[in-house]
Design a protein around this ligand. Structure first.
Ligand SMILES: Cc1cc2nc3c(=O)[nH]c(=O)nc-3n(C[C@H](O)[C@H](O)[C@H](O)COP(=O)(O)OP(=O)(O)OC[C@H]3O[C@@H](n4cnc5c(N)ncnc54)[C@H](O)[C@@H]3O)c2cc1C
Length: 773
């Protein structure tokens, strides 16, 4: 007994007396940690340090403060922003015809381009003092979303200049001269920007670009100056073929040390006028037949002055840091917004189509199989919009949410892909045959572009979300890593010791909480004043957050630097974090929308789907753990009574699907700000009118069916039957007119286009792309 007490006292002394602990315990651990830590390149470090931690940090803490989530202000538009959305944006949608854009002009029409430039669409992020619109991130997101419900060329051509590129880089890092020269011209569309980073040899690994600038002397405007001789070969550059100013990323080398003592200065961004001698530009790629401008550009030994470097010579070599710092804002807005827009278009049009189109004498939207697809479309779109809005709101709060921006980029585009695939399946041949009557095929065709750009999705999921999240969002890991880089050895050990003690406490705390919440079904978790129907979700999310934080710690402990290479495990850990973020956004939306009971099925579907997927991801991690014993213990600890979630129920799916196939305030909220003209000659407009007519006609049809059953009327087909019913007094003349109007609109809505044998090539100006290549 005595020796046990002595042993406990020794252990307590080691643990509780910091100097003793440092010399006996944490010192040796620190030494080992330094040895096993994989080397970190400067570009990796800059990527990790860029941006801010936001709600993702709360989730990673294992104890999210729900009051904080609920207190984040709900983004709102100013009167001027709302008016721009309702007037200018609406008008641009009206004058931009997707079919003419792609088939006739092979670009936006001259009228659409003129309107975009004149109304300042290209300067949404530029401050008013430079002539821009100075919109909030949320307003920017709303505009992009709306344009995406109308035209892919329209949205991409507007989105790119407002995303990471010349304007944003000049705004943050440009010299006064660069700001005063370029920003007013960019705001008014007098300059068209493009940003060229990607090369044939450096895509995802963009930091390895081989494009170089050699610092040297040369002639510039009649004088010998120190400048740079630049050689580059870029591809996939959006707006490249028509740009007037090219933001060019190169590696700057100074072999003669004309600028200082460093030979490899590093990645540098420069602004190169497209008409500068030696710049080769103008040819186009055909990215899945999208007609927004995209192409390669190059230059060989092109001499240019150093003051073309963004920020001047002082910012030479800072290019990667600049790009990483600015990435979060653009990635939070562009693709999440445009892809939510595409999903809204899919939901609005396909829901209507599913009611208007009948087979087996039944609207196809009432078949269970179609209901299943519609439910996925509705639930996913509700969640995507929630995540888009909450994330744009974060940017307006001054956040540069690097991990969150990767989460929304990946998950919103992946869900958009699912929504659009479902829409295509529901529409059948109508979705496949292209022409002015097809509103879905262009989105379907171009979906892989969203998946590939701004961080290709597989890479984003496998390497970025958890890889960056674990270091940035974890309350202690970054502190431990920074201790390794600390030059003062004493301070380094003290910092490491403090971080490690906190880390161990954090980890054990989360393990105990996760286990307790698992045993008690998380019923005792305190929840703020939220809609009663969502209470359990907050409790379950708290449980999942604690389990995730513990699982992340154990994974890092067992696999250390190897976790970076174990991308499948890292991806699944990232999925759990992401799904908790998406579920949080969904709950936030439900509160912000005023707890709309009619929308509840959408919210429930989205949460069940996310929680079920998160649960699968937990199991995907533990089932593939290299250490099977640890895996079994972890699984038991996280799910002591088995799996709490199943797929969203069929009944819930039925409730969601119903919301998509008839007009209602819920359907309007779900597809808010989609461009829906009330025009029977427009592919979406006619569906909207046909949907209303179909529903209005249903009671008339019921009367006719009853009369037919009782033998009162008969007819060869539905048209004749309706006429006989009117003659027999079963329905009124007005009701017959209503049926005939429905038939007209339905036939127009289900029509597909056909073309001459040669697709009209004989008369068109379309070039033969194979000859031109
Ligand atoms: C239409 C279009 C427009 C574009 N616009 C621009 C632009 O304006 N400016 C610009 O600079 N660039 C632009 N890009 C380039 C775009 O950012 C790159 O295509 C993207 O970075 C991916 O590079 P890559 O296509 O060479 O694919 P690769 O890098 O070759 O990747 C191929 C696959 O490997 C995966 N992968 C790569 N590394 C890893 C890893 N470590 N772990 C797991 N998976 C990995 C990727 O996820 C991807 O699935 C555009 C591209 C396209 C197609």
């Amino acid at each position: 007994m005595t020796w046990i007490l002595v042993l406990l006292a020794v252990v307590a002394a080691v643990l509780l007396v910091p100097p003793l602990r440092r010399s006996i315990l944490t010192g040796p651990i620190f030494a080992a940690f330094k040895k096993i830590l994989p080397p970190m390149s400067d570009t990796e470090r800059e990527a990790l340090e860029a941006g801010t931690v936001w709600w993702d940090g709360e989730l990673f803490s294992g104890k999210p403060d729900w009051n904080k989530l609920l207190a984040y202000p709900v983004p709102k538009l100013t009167a001027a922003e709302q008016s721009f959305l309702d007037v200018e944006c609406e008008e641009l949608c009206r004058i931009t015809d997707e079919w003419d854009t792609t088939q006739l002009h092979q670009d936006l029409s001259p009228a659409s381009w003129r309107y975009i430039k004149d109304k300042g669409f290209l300067g949404m992020i530029i401050p008013k003092k430079y002539g821009g619109l100075e919109f909030s991130a949320y307003a920017h997101s709303q505009v992009v979303q709306k344009l995406a419900t109308r035209s892919s060329a329209g949205v991409v051509s507007v989105m790119v200049p407002n995303s990471l590129g010349p304007a944003e880089l000049i705004l943050h890092y440009g010299t006064e001269e660069q700001k005063n020269h370029y920003l007013p011209r960019l705001a008014k569309g007098l300059e068209i920007p493009a940003f060229a980073l990607t090369s044939p040899w450096a895509g995802s690994d963009a930091a390895s670009i081989p494009d170089v600038g050699i610092v040297c002397k040369g002639m510039w405007q009649g004088k010998e100056v120190v400048g740079m001789r630049v050689t580059w070969d870029k591809r996939y550059i959006t707006l490249g073929p028509i740009c007037t100013v090219l933001g060019l990323a190169i590696r700057l080398l100074d072999p003669d040390k004309l600028l200082g003592n460093v030979e490899d200065i590093g990645i540098t961004c420069a602004l190169v006028p497209a008409n500068h001698p030696g710049v080769v530009i103008g040819r186009r790629h055909a990215p899945l037949n999208a007609v927004w401008q995209n192409g390669p550009n190059s230059g060989k030994d092109v001499f240019m002055p150093l003051d073309w470097i963004i920020g001047g010579t002082a910012m030479a070599g800072q290019g990667w840091r600049m790009l990483m710092e600015c990435l979060a804002a653009g990635r939070s807005i562009s693709l999440p917004s445009s892809n939510t827009g595409m999903a809204k278009l899919a939901v609005r049009g396909t829901g209507a189509y599913a009611r208007v189109r009948s087979q087996f004498k039944t609207p196809i939207g009432k078949f269970e199989g179609i209901e299943e697809a519609l439910a996925r479309m509705g639930g996913n779109t509700y969640l995507m919009d929630a995540a888009r809005k909450m994330t744009a709101g974060a940017v307006d709060l001054g956040e540069k949410p690097s991990v969150v921006s990767a989460i929304v980029k990946y998950h919103v585009t992946e869900r958009a892909r699912k929504v659009i695939n479902d829409a295509m399946d529901v529409q059948g041949g109508k979705g496949i045959c292209m022409g002015p009557n097809n509103f879905m095929a262009r989105a379907y065709q171009q979906m892989p572009v969203a998946i590939t750009v701004e961080g290709a999705n597989i890479l984003t999921r496998s390497l970025i979300i958890f890889g960056q999240g674990a270091i940035r969002c974890h309350p202690y890991v970054l502190k431990e890593l920074l201790a390794v880089r600390e030059a003062d050895a004493d301070k380094a050990l003290r910092d490491y010791d403090a971080a490690l003690v906190g880390h161990v406490r954090f980890s054990f705390g989360n393990a105990l909480r996760a286990f307790f919440m698992g045993l008690t079904g998380s019923h005792f978790v305190a929840v703020p004043d939220v809609a009663p129907e969502t209470r359990r979700y907050y409790q379950q999310l708290t449980r999942f957050a604690a389990a995730f934080a513990f699982l992340a710690d154990v994974s890092m402990l067992l696999m250390g630097g190897d976790l970076k290479r174990k991308e499948k495990l890292s991806a699944r850990l990232g999925d759990i974090l992401s799904l908790m973020y998406l579920a949080s956004a969904t709950l936030k939306r439900y509160e912000a929308d005023g707890r709309q009971q009619a929308d509840a099925p959408l919210m429930h579907w989205a949460i069940w789907d996310a929680m079920f997927a998160a649960q699968n991801a937990f199991e995907g991690v533990t089932a593939n753990y290299p250490n099977k014993f640890a895996a079994a213990v972890l699984h038991w600890l996280i799910f002591p009574f088995g799996r709490p979630y199943v797929v969203p129920s069929d009944h819930l799916g039925h409730e969601v699907a119903k919301l998509l196939i008839e007009p209602s305030a819920t359907r309007d909220r779900l597809t808010a700000d989609a461009y829906v003209p009330r025009d029977e000659n427009d592919a979406i407009g006619v569906l909207e009118l046909a949907l209303e007519a179909t529903i209005a006609a249903e009671s008339v049809e019921a009367k006719i069916r009853a009369a037919q059953k009782s033998g009162k009327v008969s007819g060869r087909d539905a048209v004749q039957l309706a006429r006989h019913a009117q003659e027999a007094g079963v329905i009124s003349a007005a009701e017959l007119a209503l049926l005939e109007r429905r038939n007209f609109l339905r036939d127009k809505a289900i029509a597909v286009d056909d073309f001459p044998q040669d697709f009209g090539i004989g008369q068109a100006t379309q070039p033969d792309l194979r000859q031109a290549a």
